[in-house]
Design a binder for this molecule. Structure first.
Ligand code: ADP
Length: 626
């Protein structure tokens, strides 16, 4: 028996595997099963050409555990290896996935954590085994070979016996240490779990003998006795849902798949599949969740789609496949082009992910539009949970995604009393309406009571209610929709008639306005006659630039450095309260000062702003009662 050394480059990878600190050592099983599956595929292909009459259904992968002997065996009845194949395949890292991984590691900032994303191949067995034996016989040959290695020193090959073609890879599992319990890979439940996690969609059955228990046949019903027995079972489900034709899968199957796979209690709002053949070939099955996970709007939430290559899991959450604004989407992407076993430049790999991500982004958008058209209720549920994400998408990245996302936006409407889209608003606009009007506040109910909305309502003009901080930022970034500008009700343009009236009122009551400005001092920038108030005596309007909603937002995020919007006090000269004020200005200036302060505080309250001095306000009100 001859002892041979590994080629230098194999050695380095092997060393890395043996001393691996990689936490997901479990992927070794995925690698060995993928190799076994490839071997079965290769035999299928060969059988096609040599007319041997072999059936695909004859091929299988078999797992066997021997906890006492501490071995785990992965067997297949695939193509097998000749002596030369063994030398060539297991003695060096040929053009394999392992090779690509090694190239990556040779770069300066190599990160062991990426191991799981590559096909690290056969050598990954050394992460959990201190000795590996391969017993193999090539299809069409009589001789069988035993390859054995205990790691970096080298390997041996000797002639052996195997009844039929195929390969057994026998792992002698490392002893447990304080930090690592390698024994877990000798436990049946753990192996079943790993097969389901990584290799569920391998197209050949992965079989293993399992211990089960059953009631003894002759034991009485009221005192049942049980016995254990062993039975071989197929561990994998073989055909991925996303590879099945759409008509073949029921909605309930899709929903169950979603709930199981993504651990959600709620059914998804929408399921859609994508199948693309071209520059990059892939299939995807995507879901719009029915509810936001509790940590969705925190930095703990991990977004991403599951990435498969030919049914083998490569990455559990691949964030590169999802645009940030659609990070709530869940699902899987399967692309044979990302094959684990074919050496490709990483750059190429990234480019492919980009192409897929771009296609999916467009598709997700169109599915959301369809959802709204087909089932408004479901879209509203979606909006309740993820609307804020879409708004962030519009406002973020300097508006780079606004064209894509603006169609999805929804706001409460003053006339419809429900959520409406911008398109719906624009369609209903009066011909001569110049702007898309909005009013901001804490909730639709509160905004609805804002005095400043009265004039527009009176004229039958629809107003969008902005109730989240991000809404005004959205409007700022969008600037226009269908060529009409957004405009706050606070700075609505007045019609000539209204303007004229306000001007006349200002002139007629000049001294009252001057008095109030004087009484309030720096608290207000200006006091003026209002042309937009109908039934209310007073309101507060922000000057150019910052709005009150923005002020509240900045105050919330940075309480120490509060920025203030300009305060302009508007008075309704037709209101009896104004008339009382005017009488007091002339007859009792002290009382008039109190009125001015009262009106200002009321205006603050209506705008949802804090009073400067709440107890002074309370004293003032009770003082006026006596
Ligand atoms: P990769 O699978 O990425 O090519 P590996 O290091 O896992 O790299 O395997 C190297 C080669 O060894 C494979 O390409 C294949 O030719 C051969 N091989 C590994 N496992 C088996 C098997 N179970 N049956 C037949 N050939 C195998």
């Amino acid at each position: 028996m001859e002892k041979k050394e590994f080629k230098a480059e194999s050695r380095r990878l092997l060393d890395l595997m043996i001393h691996s600190i990689y936490t997901h050592k479990e992927i070794f099983l995925r690698e060995l099963i993928s190799n076994a599956s490839d071997a079965c595929d290769k035999l299928c292909y060969q059988a096609l050409t040599d007319g041997s009459g072999l059936n695909r259904s004859d091929l299988r992968i078999h797992l066997a555990l021997d906890p006492e002997g501490r071995t785990l065996t992965v067997s297949d009845n695939g193509i097998g290896m000749s002596r030369e194949d063994l030398e060539e395949n297991l003695g060096v890292i040929a053009s394999s996935g392992s090779f690509r991984f090694k190239q990556e590691l040779d770069k300066d900032n190599a990160d062991v954590d990426v191991i799981g994303q590559f096909g690290v191949g056969f050598y990954s067995a050394f992460m959990v085994a201190d000795q590996v034996t391969v017993l193999t016989r090539k299809y069409g040959e009589d001789a069988a070979w035993k390859w054995e290695s205990s790691g970096a020193e080298g390997y041996t090959i000797e002639e052996a016996h195997r009844d039929a073609p195929g390969t057994d890879v026998i792992l002698h599992v490392k002893p447990d240490t304080e930090d690592e319990k390698y024994g877990e890979f000798l436990e049946s439940w753990r192996i079943q779990e790993l097969v389901r996690k990584y290799s569920d969609y391998i197209r050949f059955p992965i079989r293993m003998e399992i211990s089960k228990s059953r009631k003894k046949e002759d034991s009485p019903e009221d005192k049942p006795e049980y016995e254990t027995y062993r039975e071989e079972e197929t561990l994998n489900s073989m055909v991925p849902l996303w590879q099945r034709a759409k008509g073949e899968v029921t909605e309930e199957e899709y929903h169950k798949f979603y709930r199981d796979k993504f651990h959600d209690y709620a059914d998804p709002l929408r399921v859609f599949s994508v199948s693309v053949e071209g520059a990059v070939t892939y299939r995807a099955l995507l879901f719009i969740p029915g509810a936001a996970p509790y940590d969705y709007y925190t930095k703990d939430f991990q977004a991403g789609l599951q990435l498969y290559s030919n049914g083998v899991l490569i990455m559990d959450k691949c964030p590169d496949l999802l645009a940030e604004h659609f990070r709530f989407v869940r699902g899987v992407v399967d692309s044979p082009d990302l094959s684990l076993n074919i050496s490709r430049e990483m750059l190429q790999h990234d480019r492919q992910l980009k192409v897929i991500a771009n296609n999916l982004e467009k598709r997700i958008k169109s599915e959301l539009v369809k959802l709204r058209n087909e089932d408004r209720g479901k879209y509203e549920t979606f909006w309740k949970h993820f609307g804020r994400q879409i708004k962030y998408g519009v406002a973020g990245d300097f508006g780079a995604h606004k064209d894509l996302l603006s169609d999805l936006l929804m706001f409460h409407s003053s006339t419809e009393k429900k959520l409406v889209s911008l398109a719906e608003y624009a369609d209903r606009m009066k011909e001569d309406q110049k702007y898309l009007y909005y009013a901001a506040g804490e909730s639709p109910e509160k905004v609805d009571k804002l005095p400043q909305t009265e004039l527009l309502k009176d004229k039958g003009i629809e107003i969008l209610y902005f109730t989240e901080e991000v809404d005004e930022f959205c409007a700022q970034v969008l600037r226009t929709y269908r060529d009409k500008e957004f405009r706050s009700v606070l700075d609505q343009e007045l019609e000539e008639g209204d303007k004229e009236k306000a001007k006349e009122a200002a002139e007629a009551h000049k001294d009252v306005f001057a008095f109030v400005k004087d009484a309030l001092g720096d608290k207000v920038k200006e006091v003026r006659a209002s042309a937009r108030l109908k039934s209310h005596p007073v309101c507060l309007t922000a000057g150019e630039g910052m709005s009150f909603e923005m002020e509240k937002y900045f105050h919330a995020v940075q309480p120490d450095a509060p920025m203030q919007a300009d305060r302009i006090l508007e008075l309704n000269v037709e209101h009896p309260a104004f008339q009382a004020l005017e009488r007091a200005v002339n007859a009792d200036p002290d009382r008039a000062k109190q009125y001015a302060s009262l009106l200002y505080d009321q205006a603050l309250l209506i705008a949802g702003l804090p009073l400067d001095d709440p107890s002074a306000f309370a004293d003032l009100v009770s003082g006026l009662m006596v």
